[in-house]
Design a protein around this ligand. Structure first.
Ligand code: NFS
Length: 658
């Protein structure tokens, strides 16, 4: 800490072993306590969640309240306006879906703005890097591509995709990718989205005092809005990023805090939009800036990612990744970060204080996200280098003036990332042409029991990274192929699951497939918006045949075992809406046994959607997902092809002891 402004803060000490399994984060938390620096882990330990709010039994939608209902006797009273517990919980849930969907769709719309400006020639720093993907996406949504110029196709694609956000009536373009039977269910229930702006606006309208006061009707609009996220805003964000910056293909990349280099100028980019990061990549490779860094005695400039844009850059370019959401303060405690540039989403306000303690320059760059105490250098895609060059220049100055000792955990793990839906198609594909048929065949013959998406945040309310790792371990040892994004991908990458050799931890069937193809048993697909890749992969599995007619028929399940953000709720709900059983960990904002609970956890499945599940225990989550996968295998009549029995920890121990 800077001696002159050091106020020695009494920090309540954490039980670090119970706080995280990430050794780098643990080492930095110990240092934080020595330095008198507080982190989100410390604040979580000293501030228990409000028990009424945690169960969503509180309504503050008007000033007659806030009204607090009794979670132990949920039907014992109603709010001042008469709102029942089901209305209150459904409205609170709806606001989480609306906010989460707004975050993803606003991100997607920004990407589309950039795309338009690139196509019109007004942005020169980016180009269409993947014209093949451009054509594929355009063709899929009904745009004529044969014999046309790339720019003409791109213009039409822009116009068509803009409907994802602004159209007042009609269905969003990417519903053309949805398997017919899934779409039929959506149409039957009236949940095919119009534009995301309209759906989010209507959902928020309905949660106002005195509007929608039937939990079933509110949930219906939640479903429509969440679909507008997954199959709309998020999917546009992914596809446009691929078109502009390249579709990920498997690439080696290093994770963990050891990616920082003591003798280099370290720049971290943390956030969600790839534009800032892509331009920063140009800046750190600019010979003038590299020379400027060397002139101060640095060996070079080291660019490292964190959180979702970090995962996206890891997947696309193999850029090193320092850690997930719960490590963003911890990484600053190394003292080695010369500048951290952030854009939007999952950026803790607490970063400003920690950055100040260690003399790190923290820069906000997006007009949507300013932080008191951080310097704002706005990023404009028309002149992106003005921002990124300045951040690098400031980082060089900070490197020159580093005063405090640097302590970088000497830990890195190498892995293979970048499994887009296209690369899965190719790697698991047929002999002569890419296809999902071999994947389906391996599911049908029982080598692969099913597919799971394990995604989402990390949270200080649970042992950091542990829930993700335990859950995935259990799934793969039971032959479930795991697809990942975001923070969860980084948890597993740090734990060494991203090498083809990690197949030894898988059950015999999955192991055989992984060893034949040379792939890890967990496949990283990028950022949280790239959960849309999982939706596309699921649709392709339905199309390849043999596993039913709708996504709900697939032997598949999803989980966000350490979730914390509203985006996670929107993601969870679009997975459920798409037909997938989705289990959340940590806690769930609902009271068990209420009508709203029954609807989310059962009723939706009866209507042809997926359903929600909850457990704080990773092993229980795994077995809930596996039981669901087995139920689907049975319904498909492929349960007999699997002779292998369910392996639990006990069986495994016995095997190992034998
Ligand atoms: Ni997604 Fe959670 Fe944030 Fe990314 Fe990480 S916290 S919902 S995984 S960085 S969005």
């Amino acid at each position: 800490m800077e001696k002159e402004d050091r106020k020695v803060v009494e920090i309540k000490k954490l039980n670090i072993k119970e706080t995280t399994i990430c050794n780098s984060t643990a080492q930095m938390l110990k240092k934080a306590e020595r330095d008198g620096v507080e982190t989100a882990f410390h604040r979580a330990a000293s501030m228990k969640p409000c028990p009424i709010g945690a169960q969503s039994a509180c309504c503050k939608n008007c000033s007659m309240g806030p009204c607090r209902l009794n979670a132990r006797d949920p039907y014992g009273k109603v709010g001042v306006c008469g709102a029942t517990i089901d209305t209150i919980m459904a409205r609170n849930f709806a606001r989480m879906v609306a906010t989460g969907a707004a975050a993803h769709t606003d991100h997607g719309m920004s990407m589309l703005d950039v795309f338009r400006e690139v196509v019109n020639g007004n942005i020169k720093d980016y180009t269409i890097k993947d014209p093949i993907k451009l054509e594929e996406v355009a063709r899929e949504i009904g745009i004529e591509v044969e014999g046309r110029e790339v720019t003409d196709i791109a213009r039409d694609l822009y116009k068509e995709l803009e409907r994802t956000y602004i159209q007042v009536e009609g269905e969003i373009p990417f519903v053309k990718r949805v398997p017919e039977k899934t779409l039929e269910t959506w149409r039957k229930h009236g949940v095919v989205p119009r534009g995301a702006m309209r759906e989010i606006m209507e959902l928020l309208h309905r949660t106002h005092i005195g509007v929608d006061q039937h939990y079933e009707n509110i949930t219906k609009q939640c479903t429509r809005t969440a679909i507008a996220d997954g199959w709309g805003g998020s999917m546009v964000a992914t596809e446009i990023s691929d078109i502009l910056f390249g579709t990920p293909m498997p690439v080696r990349g290093e994770v963990d805090m050891g990616c920082l280099k003591e003798d280099q100028v370290n720049v971290i980019i943390h956030g969600h939009e790839p534009n800032l990061f892509e331009s920063m990549l140009d800046s750190v490779n600019d010979p003038t800036l590299v020379q400027a860094a060397k002139d101060t005695g640095a060996a070079g400039i080291n660019l490292v990612g964190m959180c979702c844009s970090g995962s996206e850059m890891l997947s696309r370019h193999g850029i090193p990744h320092a850690g997930n959401f719960m490590s963003t303060e911890a990484v600053l405690i190394t003292g080695a970060v010369d500048a951290m540039g952030v854009d939007v989403q999952c950026i803790k306000q607490g970063l400003a204080k920690v950055a100040e303690c260690y003399g790190t320059k923290l820069f906000t760059t997006n007009p949507r996200c300013h932080i008191e105490g951080a310097e704002h250098i706005e990023f404009h895609e028309h002149v992106p280098r003005e921002c990124t060059d300045e951040i690098v220049e400031m980082a060089i100055v900070r490197f020159k003036n580093r005063k405090l000792p640097v302590e970088i955990p000497n830990i890195t793990t190498m892995g293979v990332h970048g499994f887009s839906h296209e690369s899965i198609n190719y790697h698991l594909g047929g002999t002569f042409r890419a296809s999902y048929t071999p994947l389906n065949d391996n599911i049908i013959n029982g080598r692969i029991r099913g597919v799971a998406g394990v995604v989402g945040c990390t949270s200080p309310r649970v042992k950091h990274d542990w829930v993700h790792v335990e859950l995935v371990k259990e799934l793969i040892r039971n032959d479930v192929l795991v697809l990942q994004t975001g923070c969860s991908q980084i948890s597993l990458a740090k734990a060494g699951f991203y090498t083809p050799e990690a197949a030894y931890m898988a059950g015999p069937g999955l192991r055989e497939v992984c060893e034949t193809v040379g792939m890890p048993p967990v496949l990283g697909m990028g950022a949280c918006v790239d959960n849309s890749r999982i939706l596309i992969a699921a649709s392709e599995m339905v199309r390849a045949g043999g596993l039913g007619d709708s996504i709900a028929d697939l032997p598949a399940a999803g989980a966000a075992p350490e979730w914390m953000s509203e985006k996670a709720i929107s993601i969870g709900h679009y997975f459920v809406a798409s037909g997938i059983y989705t289990v959340f960990g940590v806690s769930f904002p609902i009271i068990e046994g209420t009508k709203f609970h029954k609807l989310l956890f059962d009723g939706l499945e009866e209507q042809g959607f997926g359903k929600w599940g909850f457990s704080p225990d990773p092993h229980e989550i795994a077995h809930m997902m596996i039981a669901h996968i087995d139920k689907k295998r049975k319904a498909l009549g492929i349960d007999k092809t699997r002779e292998r029995v369910l392996m639990d920890m006990q069986d495994r121990r016995e095997l190992e002891a034998a």
